[in-house]
Design a binder for this molecule. Structure first.
Ligand code: MSP
Length: 648
């Protein structure tokens, strides 16, 4: 059976991995894991682009022999990817002999058949992008239209690839195969690019003494790095070495990359090269958007380039989250906020907010509260005849199908939103059914039934999130005392945890983050890393005496239930446990918090405020929250405290 072949671009090794290259590689890893879960045999390729003149130049600047430099840098990439839980099958390097052989052979074949011909080149070259630009594409500033760096004038004999001959076939292929270039916005960009008319491409460079020499013509220099690099996808299948057997992998099913290298390179030159070779084209090219930092492109000169392992590590240090789970949290953030159609803002605050909100509060809390109640009420054993209610089971199945569909479409933000709907639904179900009240009423059977839905949700989620957070998925499965993370189809089987099954004691996977994450690069990345300051500090009011203060009774309450107040956008009705006493209050936080987000949380409440009638509801107190430019930000104790604890 043909393997499902997934590729990332091969990365230039002149600088270390950053959150941009990490994004493409993590997306590819998630896709590979997702396809494996779906029973496919996967071949996942990544690697390094080592023949580029700019790589050679950086090595020279550092005074290191280029081969030694690329050897070291390739190891930095491989190490970083492994540390980010990326399980590639092959790591290709373009300085490997097997690749050089493929480049030489393709060059020879295309030259023999007339698709590569000799001419001369006069034009503008961007060394940073390794790209020539026609004079018509540049303005008087003579800077690169892509990266704005100064262009160099080149006048040299060179070989050309007859790209123009493939223009019509390329356009037809893209029009006839809507999945070929995705997402839609990139497909349109590509059609626009081809629509401007395709020029033949210069595929050799003189003056460089690093790269694959032009075969049989040593005076013509080296093969153009993009022509060389694109062929890595073919080399890695064993084309040329394995006879027809390379077809067990070829063509690629999914080629992932950023938007910058899609229209011109991967969706035009690359398929045209394959057409010239008479080889089948990739099934799908997917180009994601870019991370921007504080509305600006990442760049060394701006000092806003984030190193992935440092970001994950600083979260681990600040939160006490174990390293593998912090790495998974980073993967989650990158995929949850992934730029798909357009660019997206990367920030440490955004990462912290997702960590505390989606991971600590939502996912972590669901598992923790479910297992805690199972232990408190049932000694940690699944009760007899527990079954998930039909309505909840339907919702689980429907959400799982939505997640699958979104992941298949490489839309991780949507897929993860759909997965998190399961958490919201279980929290709402707990509130409606109130297993704690059922227990008090002596209805243990029903309470067990309700909590069983939470267990099955946790089991399902471990399967659904495994492509994104493999170690967290394993930790959830372990706490549920399952032998392994259920695979995709198995995860959707309801009632799969048998009666009498013994659950582990819950251990928090994501301790809440109290302090701000700091990374070594943060000083440089200051604009994005500093919290937005308050617009206008409030003037300090008149002092009061301690006796004035003592008149206020502030207690910690646990939110048992929350619901919108009908016909109000601003108000939520909260049911609170204030230490053996239940209270209702109305709070103006509906614009800032959804009911699901806050159930189970502890908040300070002024309990001796005179009751007030608000929208027909008697509000018996007032919650205290931080006011940040008119938005409420809830305050929570440092650790769980008994409901009703006095604040003083
Ligand atoms: N070597 C070529 C690719 C050859 S593939 C045959 C190359 N290498 S690169 O090191 O520059 O890495 C490029 C990848 O990183 C691209 O997919 C690019 O889009 C991605 N990113 C680089 N900066 C990025 C962001 N700021 N945000 C997201 N991805 C970006 O190009």
């Amino acid at each position: 059976m043909k393997r499902y072949y997934i590729t990332t671009p091969i990365y230039y090794v002149n600088s270390a991995p950053h959150i941009g290259t990490a994004l493409t590689t993590i997306v590819a890893d998630a896709c590979a894991r997702f396809q494996k879960q779906r029973g496919r045999e996967v071949y996942f390729l990544t690697g390094t682009d080592e023949n580029a003149p700019k790589v050679h130049r950086v090595a020279q600047e550092r005074g290191v022999p280029t081969q030694q430099f690329v050897d070291e840098m390739a190891e930095v990439f491989a190490h970083t990817w492994r540390a980010l839980h990326i399980e590639y099958d092959v790591f290709i390097r373009t300085t490997e002999a097997r690749h050089t052989r493929v480049v030489s052979e393709v060059f020879r074949r295309l030259r023999e058949q007339g698709d590569i011909y000799k001419g001369s080149y006069q034009g503008w070259y961007c060394i940073a992008c390794e790209t020539f630009f026609a004079s018509s594409k540049i303005d008087q500033s003579r800077t690169c239209p892509d990266c704005s760096k100064p262009l160099e004038w080149r006048d040299e004999p060179c070989y050309y690839f007859r790209l123009s001959a493939y223009e019509a076939r390329l356009r037809e292929h893209i029009l006839a195969n809507p999945q070929f270039v995705q997402p839609e916005v990139r497909r349109n960009e590509t059609l626009g690019f081809i629509g401007e008319g395709l020029q033949d491409v210069a595929v050799s460079r003189t003056g460089a003494d690093w790269g694959v020499p032009v075969p049989d013509d040593p005076d013509s220099g080296v093969v153009y790095v993009w022509f060389d690099a694109l062929l890595n996808y073919l080399t890695a299948t064993g084309w040329l070495e394995r006879g027809e057997n390379y077809l067990d992998t070829w063509p690629p099913d999914l080629q992932l990359m950023g938007k910058d290298i899609l229209p011109r390179f991967h969706a035009t030159i690359w398929p045209a090269m394959l057409m010239a070779l008479g080889l089948p084209l990739p099934e799908r090219l997917y180009g994601h958007g870019w991370w921007i930092v504080n509305q600006q492109k990442m760049s060394k000169s701006l000092g806003n380039v984030y190193a992935p392992l440092e970001v994950a590590q600083s979260l681990a240090q600040a939160s006490g989250c174990e390293q593998p789970y912090a790495i998974d949290a980073f993967r989650y953030y990158l995929l949850r906020e992934m730029p798909t159609d357009s660019d997206a803002e990367f920030s440490l605050e955004g990462f912290e907010a997702r960590y505390n909100g989606d991971l600590a509060n939502d996912l972590g809390n669901l598992l923790h509260r479910t297992l805690s109640m199972m232990h408190r009420y049932f000694g940690g054993r699944v009760p007899q005849d527990a079954r998930v209610d039909a309505s909840i089971a339907d919702l689980f199945a429907q959400q799982a199908a939505r997640v699958t569909e979104a992941f298949e479409a490489v839309d991780y933000p949507r897929g993860l939103r759909e997965a998190w709907q399961i958490i919201g639904a279980v929290n709402r179900y707990y509130d409606e059914q109130a297993p704690w009240t059922l227990m008090k009423q002596g209805n243990a059977e029903r309470a067990g039934q309700v909590l069983y839905a939470g267990l099955i949700a946790a089991r399902l989620l471990s399967g659904l999130i495994e492509p994104v957070m493999p170690q967290v998925a394993r930790a959830i499965a372990q706490q549920l005392n399952l032998s392994a993370v259920p695979c995709w189809s198995d995860a959707t089987v309801m009632n799969a945890i048998p009666s009498g099954h013994l659950l582990q004691e819950p251990t928090p996977i994501f301790p809440r983050l109290q302090t701000k994450t700091k990374t070594p690069t943060e000083a440089q990345a200051a604009p994005a890393a500093t919290p937005t300051p308050l617009k206008e500090p409030k003037p300090m009011p008149e002092p009061i005496t301690i006796d004035d203060f003592k008149r206020l009774q502030i207690r910690i309450a646990t939110i048992k239930a929350a619901e919108p107040v009908p016909k109000s956008n601003k108000l939520l009705k909260l049911t609170l446990d204030v230490g053996g006493e239940e209270r209702t209050i109305v709070a103006g936080i509906a614009e800032d918090y959804a009911p699901d987000q806050i159930v189970g949380k502890q908040i300070p409440v002024l309990v001796n405020l005179q009751p007030a009638l608000i929208r027909g509801i008697v509000s018996e107190g007032m919650m205290l929250a931080a006011d940040v430019d008119g938005k409420a930000v809830l305050l929570h104790p440092d650790r769980a405290v008994p409901s009703g604890s006095v604040v003083r």
